[in-house]
Design a protein around this ligand. Structure first.
Ligand SMILES: Cc1cc2nc3c(=O)[nH]c(=O)nc-3n(C[C@H](O)[C@H](O)[C@H](O)COP(=O)(O)OP(=O)(O)OC[C@H]3O[C@@H](n4cnc5c(N)ncnc54)[C@H](O)[C@@H]3O)c2cc1C
Length: 415
């Protein structure tokens, strides 16, 4: 079976690998000159079932409203003339009830837990080094009331299989980076099942294996501009290198998915949520974090990727806009100075913005749309590194006629 996988982020690469291993003749198509340069190359690196909460929650509408008035809320809205934003936004608001937030969170959690198992299997089989740190992840709180609220919120995930511990004095014993700043923190909830690693390094290594062991091919520098439909089938992909054809196609273009799908009449509710990402070289001998985490006050996530420290923050609905100014990194700089002043050389940072491919409910869109040979694997939002291996396995199962291990309720185009 000849298969074109469109998109060279972690979702496209994991899908290409699983399909090539299952015997498909796979070619992966990517517009950049290397793999994993978009969201995959800028994320916080946390493999985090413990962070599965749906963004569409009863608190979200107020946060968005406050953000329009200038508040630094967890999710932010910038007014724009883009009608897509408002159509997507209305669907998002419909998901903001208590019942739907809970259901969407549990759909995401189940997928994240499944994905971790698939990932462990792949890593064991292939022996991939991706700067893995398996010491859980920390959700830090600055005051006692916030910590109590965090514990109550995290209980939902604990009831559904996540092992957690509450750390106050024990925080600095687990990670000495917190010893000098103990007085600034009320404590942390540690999700023991979380971990971290570099999704770009992982993607490059996995694609090398798919190519060398399983015969997959990669076409870099090739932009997909349209899908060519003939009735209920796709019969080609129009690219900057001409028309490419195959028996089956996988759409895994991250935030590019909705625009390309529309050329074949498929409407995907995926909209970008912009985040800011910075990476710094660790200082030799400097006290640096050894456990990944999120500061719930400043909404900054961090992880150690080999000899570098990655710090990310912010979720802004502002369209297909990759621009940034130094001011956008204020939260990150404040947190770095406040908690990890000695950790890295902050004068030598790499800065960028990247876009999360968000669905209104949160879970990604998997499987068939309206064409019999076009499989969707997109809309992974803020959790794509965590979910990629699991969604690759599910989509490959659907393509090879195997029953996926996971119930697909809440994970298909029709929800
Ligand atoms: C700031 C930030 C922090 C995050 N932190 C985490 C985290 O800690 N843990 C976690 O699990 N997830 C995290 N995420 C989310 C995660 O990074 C994404 O969900 C994931 O990378 C999505 O993978 P993808 O392959 O679908 O998309 P991408 O990585 O964006 O890949 C899509 C690829 O398709 C290519 N492409 C797009 N359009 C075209 C076209 N027309 N033709 C050819 N190629 C095209 C792009 O160049 C790109 O390489 C974070 C995201 C951000 C932005």
């Amino acid at each position: 079976m000849k298969t074109l996988v469109l998109g060279g982020g972690v979702v496209g690469v994991t899908t290409a690998y699983v399909l090539a291993r299952a015997g498909h003749e796979v070619t992966l198509v990517e517009e950049k000159d290397a793999l994993g340069l978009e969201a995959t190359g800028g994320n916080a690196g946390i493999i985090a079932p413990g962070h599965s909460f749906a963004w569409a929650s009863p608190r979200a509408p107020q946060m968005l409203w406050q953000s329009l008035r200038g508040a630094e809320t967890a999710i932010r809205l910038r007014l724009s003339a883009d009608p897509e934003l408002y159509a997507w936004g209305l669907r998002f608001l419909r998901e903001c009830t208590t019942g739907r937030a809970r259901r969407n969170t549990l759909v995401k959690l189940r997928l994240c837990q499944y994905s971790q198992r698939v990932m462990q299997d792949i890593v064991r089989t292939e022996g991939i080094d991706y700067h893995e740190v398996s010491r859980g992840a920390l959700y830090l709180h600055r005051d006692g009331r916030e910590l109590e609220a965090g514990i109550r919120k995290m209980a939902l995930l604990a009831e559904h299989g996540q092992q957690q511990e509450i750390l106050a004095a024990g925080l600095a014993r687990l990670d000495p980076v917190f010893e000098p700043v103990r007085h600034k923190l009320a404590g942390a909830i540690r999700d023991l099942g979380d971990s971290s690693g570099d999704s770009r390094v992982f993607s490059e290594a996995l694609m090398r294996i798919a190519r060398d062991k399983h015969g997959a091919a990669v076409r870099l520098g090739t932009r997909v501009t349209a899908l060519r439909a003939d009735g209920d089938r796709i019969d080609g992909v129009v690219t900057s290198d001409g028309v490419l054809t195959a028996d089956t196609y996988v759409l895994a273009l991250g935030v590019g998915s909705a625009r390309v799908a529309r050329t074949a009449g498929v409407r995907l509710p995926i909209y970008p949520a912009k985040g800011y990402s910075s990476t710094f070289p660790l200082r030799p001998g400097g006290l640096a974090p050894t456990v990944p985490g999120v500061d719930e006050r400043w909404l900054v996530g961090w992880s150690r990727l080999g000899d570098r420290l990655r710090l990310t923050s912010t979720a802004e609905f502002t369209g297909y806009d990759w621009g940034w100014t130094p001011r956008d990194f204020n939260n990150i700089r404040t947190l770095a100075r406040d908690l990890f002043p000695e950790a890295a050389d902050y004068e030598r940072g790499e800065y960028r913005a990247c876009l999360r491919p968000m669905t209104p409910a949160g879970p990604p869109i998997l499987g068939l749309g309206r064409h019999r040979n076009l499989f969707l694997n997109c809309g992974h939002g803020h959790m794509g590194w965590t979910m990629a291996c699991g969604t690759a396995r599910i989509v490959a199962d659907l393509m090879t006629g195997r029953m996926p291990d996971l119930d697909l309720a809440g994970l298909t185009l029709r929800r």
